[in-house]
Each structure stands twice: as structure tokens, then as C-alpha cells.
Write a protein that binds this ligand. Structure first.
Ligand SMILES: Cc1ncc(COP(=O)(O)O)c(C=O)c1O
Length: 441
């Protein structure tokens, strides 16, 4: 076991002091903040990462679900090295973009065509813009608490709490970032996950104004609930009825199966937002969909596309090469292995909670899991929302796990990569038991 966290005279603490002078909070991602100081990584290898002080951690986050094969995968390294020696960025097209698009269109049923971008945020934003252009309508419906990146419309009601979330059958649209326009509520309607009647009513009510419903089939911030068959059916039926599109956010859920969550759930979206694993560890995003809808990105028949898209690093050949090298290593057996690891963790955690007589539980699927420090069953965001005491417990749990060589998110979301061994799973479960005992004091 390492020293008690915080590591006061560590190089991580020292880097944080230095970083704070030039970067607010000392880091550029709010999600990597650990208080009082974040951990600065030196390198990763397989299922483990090593920090700048030489402490090792089993990685139970995997860059918020973007690493699937394991850190420093050799085949990705070799492919990227070859691309590096040919140059890294051109204002001309390259073949790796086509290779990755072909692979994705081959695997993801609802993707006949793909446009790349640089992040999941951009993919969701691009899908919303595509839906607006295709339908010539302004409004969207999203799920309360569901995270889709940092575009204002997609962020609505991400951080709702009991003081502002409003009635459960018609949640209030709450802007997320301070200063976000209040006019968002004209363009974004919020419904609760798995609220069949609420979704039907909202779609009908917005009718001819509705461009799309944005849905993540297993939203992590909503607590990774199980998507009900009635809910997905209601959304698909009603969107078709009013001529709106269904955007499936598979930024995370693509790691649930070779064909993504849409194959597992039998969902037929009009547009799919992708990111994370498809970049093989490099910044990426992609919008995929039916050719008829994807035509909004094409300028073939006019001066410009209905939705012009692209950026300096869009479809960068290094990213495309890494993404292709990653995705082509995955097959059905990879997802069976990830299911096995995830099932072992979820059932192992439930055994640990029971052995300590804790009324806690887990949700999730495949390599993804979420720990709930309470007994509420998870059907939607309001069940998963943590009060301040529960949040404090989860933060202390993260610290106690750091001391036991495990890196785990402070809100309870876990994600394992394919390099995770059975011994690593045992390490995690032992560390969890030790941490919970330490929390009890
Ligand atoms: C479901 C979902 N959509 C979109 C995003 C945004 O992706 P990115 O961080 O690449 O912008 C995330 C990021 O975690 C996500 O979980």
C-alpha cells in the first residue's frame, strides 16, 4: 500500500503547484481533478499506469472509456510510427480516413456513411446540426442528467438537482454552464430516462418543431440504468410519426459490442455519434448515419453543404491510422472477454458490499460499471443523483483506492480494458474491500 493520499511532498503535488500558475486548476480537464492534487501520469502499460512518483495504479477508468485494448498497444504503436515518418497533417485527403470509415460502416448497421471530427462533443453537435438541417426544425429532446459533451444544447440538465429539476413527468430544462442562454429551454426539452409516457407526450407536443431525440442507450451519469424495451420503442415510433430523427450517442456504448449498443438493443437510429475507442487513444469523433441524412454534409449539389463541417485536424491521418489499428484488432471474442471481466467485477463488488453489510450496488454492462453508494434501484437520473454525503463518501473512496494502487473515478464510474487479467480483477476487489473497511474506520 502506498502512503496516505494526498501525497504531500510528491512530484504530482509539486507539478500541480507549478501547473496552477499557468492553467486554471493546474489541468485542462475538470474530469481529472482530484483534490487536493491530481495524479500526474508518467506512462501506461496494458491495464496499469505509473505516475511521476513511480506509484502504479490499476486503471479502472481508461481515459473515460476511450482505451479498449490496453495502454501502449504494440500494433497501434507500430502503425502510428509508420504514419509519423510520413508526416502528421496535410491540407489534402488521406487513405486512412477511408479505411476507418469502411470498417465502421461495415460493423455499425445504421452507418451507411461517416464524417469524422475530433471529439465526442463535436460528433454530438454535428449530429444535432445534421438533424436540424435535414428536418429544417430547431428543437431537440434529451434525457435528464445524460452527458453528451460540452455543446450547450447537449449539456442541458446535465447537473440538475432537487432544487431545480422540476416535476418528474416534465423536467425543467436547466442550462449547465453559468451564462448559457436561457433561450435553451425553447429549443431543448428534457425527459427522464425510461419514462415511456413522458417521452411519447414530449415528442407529440413538440411535433413539427422537433428535429431529433438524443439518446445514450446506457448513460453513465444517469447511473447506467437498463434501457427499457418500451422506452426505446416509444422513442422510435413517435419520432417516425412526427418526422423527427433519432440520434444515438454511442460515444461510450460502442464498447459494448462489435456492432455497438444498437446491435444489442435492436435500435435503428438515423444518426450515430461515435468517439473514444474509434481513435485508438487519439482525439476523435465521428457522425454516422443513413446516406439520405448524411447528404447534409455534402456540397456535391450546391455551393456549400447544408451543414459545412471540418476542422484543421479533422480526420488527421495519425488518428485515423491509430483508430484503424485499434478497431481491426477487435472481434467478437474481444467483447466476450470484456463481458467476462465486467461480470466478474460487478458480481465481485456486490459480494464485497454484502460481506460488509453495505446497502450498495452496481449497474452496467460489458466492461462498464457504476457503483451506487445507496440502495436506490436505478431507473433514471433522479435515482442515481448523489446527495452531498454520498458524494463525499465516493470522493474518500477514490482516495483510499489510490492508496491501494487503483485509479477509479470519484463519481463511481468504472471501465476496464482488454489487458486486464483475472489477477487484476482480484486486485481491484481486494482494494475495494480494504478501502471500504478503511472508510468505516
Ligand atoms: C456519451 C458521451 N457522449 C459524448 C461525450 C463527449 O466526448 P468527448 O469527451 O470526446 O468530447 C462523452 C464523453 O465522455 C460521452 O460519455
Amino acid at each position: 500500500m502506498a502512503n496516505n493520499y494526498p501525497f504531500l511532498s510528491s512530484r504530482s503535488a509539486e507539478l500541480h503547484e507549478r501547473g496552477k500558475a499557468v492553467i486554471p486548476d493546474g489541468v485542462s480537464r475538470s474530469t481529472v481533478i482530484i483534490r487536493p492534487h491530481p495524479i500526474y501520469v508518467d506512462h501506461g502499460d496494458g491495464a496499469w499506469v505509473t505516475d511521476v512518483d513511480g506509484n502504479r495504479y490499476l486503471d479502472c477508468n481508461n481515459n473515460f472509456t476511450s482505451i479498449i485494448l490496453g495502454h501502449a498497444n504494440e500494433e497501434i504503436q507500430d502503425a502510428v510510427r509508420r504514419q509519423l515518418s510520413s508526416g502528421t497533417a496535410f491540407s489534402l485527403a488521406t487513405e486512412p480516413e477511408i479505411l476507418l470509415a469502411e470498417l465502421l460502416c461495415d460493423r455499425i448497421r445504421a452507418c451507411e456513411q461517416i464524417r469524422f471530427c475530433n471529439s465526442g462533443t463535436e460528433a454530438v453537435m454535428g449530429a444535432i446540426k445534421a438533424a436540424r438541417a435535414f428536418t429544417e426544425r430547431p428543437a431537440i429532446i434529451k434525457i435528464e442528467g445524460s452527458y453528451h459533451g460540452t455543446y450547450d444544447h447537449a449539456e442541458a440538465s446535465l447537473g440538475s438537482d432537487p432544487a431545480n429539476w422540476g416535476p418528474s413527468d416534465s423536467p425543467t430544462t436547466v442550462p449547465y454552464a453559468v451564462g448559457a442562454p436561457h433561450s435553451l429551454s425553447d429549443e431543448v426539452t428534457v425527459v427522464q430516462f425510461n419514462d415511456v409516457e413522458g417521452a411519447r407526450e414530449a415528442i407529440k407536443k413538440m411535433g413539427s418543431q422537433l428535429a431529433a431525440v438524443l439518446l445514450d442507450p446506457m448513460p453513465s451519469r444517469v447511473g447506467m440504468p437498463v434501457l427499457s424495451a418500451d422506452f426505446k420503442k416509444a422513442i422510435r415510433e413517435e419520432t417516425r410519426e412526427v418526422g423527427a430523427l433519432l440520434i444515438l450517442d454511442e460515444v461510450i456504448s460502442l464498447r459494448l459490442g462489435l456492432g455497438g449498443a444498437q446491435a444489442l438493443h435492436g435500435i435503428d437510429p438515423d444518426l450515430t455519434a461515435m468517439a473514444k475507442i474509434i481513435g485508438g487513444g487519439f482525439p476523435v469523433g465521428a457522425i454516422g448515419g443513413k446516406s439520405e441524412v448524411m447528404a447534409v454534409f455534402s456540397a456535391e449539389h450546391g455551393d456549400r453543404a447544408a451543414v459545412p463541417s471540418g476542422g484543421t485536424y479533422t480526420a488527421n491521418p495519425v488518428t485515423m491510422t491509430a483508430g484503424y489499428a485499434c478497431m481491426r484488432q477487435l472481434d467478437e471474442s474481444s467483447f466476450e472477454r470484456l463481458d467476462y471481466i465486467g461480470n466478474k467485477i460487478r458480481s465481485g463488488l456486490d459480494d464485497v458490499f454484502e460481506s460488509l453489510s453495505l446497502d450498495w450496488h452496481t449497474t452496467g454492462a460489458g466492461s462498464l460499471f457504476r457503483i451506487h453508494p445507496h440502495g436506490r434501484r436505478i431507473n433514471s437520473y433522479r435515482d442515481a443523483h448523489l446527495d452531498s454525503d454520498e458524494s463525499a463518501v465516493m470522493q474518500s473512496l477514490q482516495h483510499r483506492l489510490i492508496e491501494r494502487e487503483v485509479y477509479f473515478s470519484s463519481y463511481g464510474m468504472g471501465c476496464m480494458n482488454l489487458a486486464t487479467s483475472d489477477r487484476d480483477v482480484d486486485h481491484f476487489l481486494d482494494a475495494m474491500k480494504g478501502s471500504l473497511e478503511a472508510l468505516r474506520g
